[in-house]
Write a protein that binds this ligand. Structure first.
Ligand code: ZN
Ligand code: ZN
Length: 876
């Protein structure tokens, strides 16, 4: 027997093989000017990251594409890296300091940044190590970190170029502000939550001293920052008040009543307070009407001196105080319950404050235009295509990008202010003096850049830009950017803009967007729901190949996938199936005499070669269209459904008779299947292939660098396929009857096959049919079936009629049983039809429940059909 262990144990295989691939240097491509490279830059996970299923899906898809191209002979580069993840990392280290009773302010910037680096050096490699567990064939020798010297230089170079072109500017604008993290946040870093709160109706007395206008607001505490009251220009209720002034309660400031289209007359009273410093819409109204901006918050969320009596108070205390005061002064008309969405800091869960502040921005118009054109002209394709419209839409309505963050961790803004002349020196290398007046009394901008600024440069900064390196000349533009559809704007669009701006070339030719990994119910995985699956635990339990199989089976670009334990089990079962088939082939090879040579070629040999050729062509087509899930399913179905279930079963009969002629085809088909499957399930395929290697002509050292199977149309053998399908039809039909009549595998039945013209072909396969259908004796006759037998089952097939006399089987009892089951199914069907027919059920029950009942109904209907058919087969 072969020295292959009986059962496939991923634990004894995966790390060992990964080490051997690393030692073989296969992950590092050789620069070959004669060949076009295939390049994927890995989306850099956060350095604080813990491997989750999203990473696992990304890595599975990318590794599959890279391994596929590598086997096809491309110099394939998959460049890994990690992102310093500004706020995410800073919050982690701040948490650590808090436990020591410290904070970043009493530590000071320099010491704090030192602590940050200590943290990164200690924990920052975890995510790379975890990627190795997934079998990721990245070139670790080219691994990059966003704060590395090269990428940092790319950041400064870009900033300076854009600044000198006038595309980076500083301005006072409204941004999302986290009062705990005390920094601006991007829209991506803000999570919206529905909050149950109130709508307060407040009377603003008219300046004439006669009457008032009532405004409705969810934020009474910001009223000290109001600089107008606005109504809709169409609102007839307020026409007479336009141009008048009100006296703002609490601070007694006079502000105008204005008309603006942004006001919805149906909300509240139709009159709204306008607070340009603390609301995005109000800021825009303020811009249109030239209103003053009164900022009433300090950076930490307490109220500023502009808030009069509430200066120094926390924003929620101020709310309470203002409401009490209004009530006491008779200005609070009423209060009603109101649910609305409030932005929260993604990192620390504090309610975010829209806040006007001085920030750095990138002017997006011209950059966006070029990025738009690159896709419109087809230089970059987005897979799936439907996201192209989403991309256009975003770029056509783009706003300027706020790139400054009030953090200490990240790329510091390369701008130095002169105390003397006020000039801004913008430089790649830290300057010693003001470039305008030469004064040495200069200081650097304290802010850092948005993390997405450096990630926007990732495809070229990782390859050495702005230096003119061999890597950037050879590997850029890259081939595929593979990432989640949720960061199409934040990241993909910005990479396209910056790639074009900095290098004059597109950064990648294809954008492949994958969906979310959901649980088996289709729900998002979240800690709150408690349905989060940890990929490392799944690898430990099922093996890496099984996890990769479960993640990629059924995956189509852009669609969410569901990960279930059944899929994981199916992955593990498939690895075991491969293993068992491999053992059979290997043990047969070991037992065969050395001079077996090429024996005769049987029909099944021709058939499996033809089916294999078909599978190879299909996989090639599907992979080229990024239909990885379908490609994998094709290999799976070929291997399990055709190679194992039919071909190996038939080959075994020959081997048992000492006929070793199928060995060559067995070896060929196993080798080809393993190579087809390797990009998807790298470990089990390599392990088996290493055992098969001695039997292959001039094999390379590893399946990783063995050529990927290519389609050859001449191997498609239509005659063999037609003859095999005749035989398979007979076997399947007999098996079907056996199942439905619940005949155990040990009870053999007799069969008569009336083959007509197909008698020669079917006679030649008689023994195989006997063994596969467990029908003995199985007689093949050239006579047609003349009359229905008095007992037994008749099967009318496309190429033959089959009679199973079933002597000794009590068919009347069988008929009774079928009839009972049919009655049962009918009762269930009428109950479900009644339920689903009721409008109240359809409109009141949750969609999943309706869907579940619908499925029940159709499965009962199928059951009834099957039972009716079986009953019809049983003779008198
Ligand atoms: Zn925060
Ligand atoms: Zn100066």
């Amino acid at each position: 027997m072969t020295n292959l262990p009986k059962v496939y144990n991923p634990k004894t295989v995966e790390d060992r093989l990964y080490q051997s691939w690393m030692a073989g240097g296969y992950f590092t491509p050789r620069v070959d000017p004669g060949k076009q490279p295939f390049v994927i830059i890995m989306p850099p996970p956060n350095v604080t990251g813990e491997l989750h299923l999203g990473h696992a899906l990304t890595a599975t898809v990318e590794d599959t594409l890279v391994r596929w191209h590598r086997m096809r002979g491309y110099p394939a580069l998959w460049l890994p890296g990690s992102d310093h993840a500004g706020i995410a990392t800073q919050v982690v280290v701040e948490g650590q300091l808090a436990r020591e009773g410290l904070n970043r302010h009493n530590l000071g910037r320099e010491q704090f940044v030192k602590r940050m680096w200590q943290w990164v050096e200690k924990y920052g490699h975890a995510i790379s190590e975890q990627h190795r567990k997934l079998g990721a064939s990245c070139d670790w020798s080219r691994e990059r970190f966003t704060l590395d010297l090269g990428p940092s230089r790319a950041v400064r170079t870009t900033f300076i170029n854009l600044y000198h072109k006038g595309l980076i500017y500083r301005s006072e604008r409204i941004i999302n502000w986290c009062p705990r993290c005390m920094t601006a946040l991007s829209d991506l870093e803000v999570e919206h939550q529905d909050v149950q709160s109130y709508l307060w109706y407040i009377r603003y007395p008219l300046a004439t001293g006669q009457g008032h206008i009532t405004v409705a607001t969810t934020r009474p505490e910001t009223m000290m920052g109001d600089t107008a009251v606005a109504v809709s220009p169409q609102d007839s209720r307020y026409q007479h008040l336009l141009g008048q002034e009100v006296v703002l309660p609490v601070v007694n400031r006079r502000i105008p009543i204005i008309a603006d289209d942004a006001i919805d007359p149906a909300f509240g009273t139709g009159a709204l307070k306008v607070t340009p410093a603390h609301d995005t819409t109000d800021f825009e109204i303020g811009q249109r009407h030239g209103l003053a901006i009164v900022n009433i918050f300090n950076p930490d969320g307490t109220l500023s001196d502009n808030a009069g009596p509430y200066a120094g108070k926390d924003r929620y205390q101020a709310r309470e105080g203002v409401v009490h005061q209004l009530e006491a002064e008779g200005l609070l008309e009423r209060t009603e319950g109101h649910a609305h969405s409030v932005g929260h800091c993604q990192r620390c869960r504090t309610a975010v404050e829209p806040w006007v502040s001085q920030q750095w921005f990138v002017q997006m118009d011209s950059l966006a235009q070029r990025a738009l054109k690159a896709v419109q002209q087809g230089r970059i394709s987005i897979v799936p295509e439907r996201f192209t419209r989403v991309y256009y839409n975003w770029l056509e309505n783009i706003r300027d990008w706020c790139i400054s963050r009030q953090l200490w961790w990240g790329h510091r803004i390369p701008v130095w202010y002169c105390h003397g002349c006020g000039h801004l020196t913008v430089a790649i290398d830290d300057p010693e003096k003001c470039e305008e007046c030469g004064a040495t009394d200069i200081y650097q901008d304290p802010d850092v850049l948005d993390t997405w600024f450096s990630s926007a440069l990732w495809p070229h900064s990782t390859l050495g830009w702005p230096e003119d390196t061999d890597d950037i000349r050879y590997f850029y533009p890259t081939a595929v950017m593979e990432t989640g559809y949720d960061i199409l704007f934040f990241w993909v669009a910005r990479m396209i803009m910056m790639g074009l701006e900095n290098t004059g070339q597109i950064p990648f030719r294809h954008v492949y967007l994958h969906g979310l990994v959901r649980d088996d119910q289709g729900d998002k995985m979240s800690k709150v729901r408690g349905n989060v699956l940890n990929p490392l635990e799944l690898i430990d339990r099922y093996g890496c190949d099984a996890l990769r199989f479960a993640l990629s089976t059924g995956t189509t670009p852009g669609n969410d996938t569901r990960l279930s334990y059944q899929k994981l089990e199916a992955g593990r079962n498939f690895a075991n199936k491969l293993w068992n088939a491999g053992r059979l082939v290997l043990s047969s090879l070991e037992q065969s005499p050395p001079d077996t040579g090429t024996g005769h070629i049987a029909l099944e040999d021709r058939w499996i070669r033809s089916r294999l050729a078909y599978a190879v062509a299909e996989v090639d087509r599907l992979m080229s269209e990024f239909q990885l899930g379908e490609a994998e399913r094709t290999v799976h179905d070929f291997f399990w459904g055709e190679f194992c279930d039919w071909y190996l079963e038939m080959a075994k009969l020959r081997l048992r008779q000492g006929d070793f002629s199928p060995l060559q085809v067995m070896t060929e088909a196993l080798d080809t299947s393993l190579r087809l499957l390797h990009p998807f399930m790298p470990f089990v395929t390599e392990e088996l292939w290493q055992h098969l290697r001695p039997y292959l002509p001039e094999p390379p050292e590893s399946i990783m660098i063995a050529p990927y199977p290519t389609a050859s149309p001449q191997t498609v053998d239509t005659q063999a396929e037609a003859e095999m399908s005749l035989m398979m039809e007979v076997v399947r039909a007999i098996r079907q009857v056996r199942t439905e009549l619940r005949l155990g595998t040990n009870s053999w039945v007799e069969a008569e096959v009336h083959a007509g013209d197909n008698v020669t072909s079917l006679s030649a396969r008689r023994e195989a049919m006997e063994s596969l259908s467990r029908a003995r004796p199985l007689t093949v006759l050239d006579t047609p079936l003349r009359e229905r037998p008095t007992h037994g089952v008749v099967l009318v097939l496309s190429g033959a009629e089959v009679v199973l006399p079933l002597e000794g089987v009590d068919l009347s009892a069988e008929r009774k049983r079928l009839e009972n089951e049919m009655a049962e199914a009918e009762v269930e069907i009428s109950r479900l039809e009644g339920l689903l027919g009721r409008d109240t059920f359809r409109s009141n029950a949750p969609a999943q429940v309706v869907e579940r009942e619908q499925q029940r109904l159709s499965s009962q209907q199928q059951r009834l059909e099957r039972l009716t058919r079986t009953l019809g087969l049983i003779g008198a």
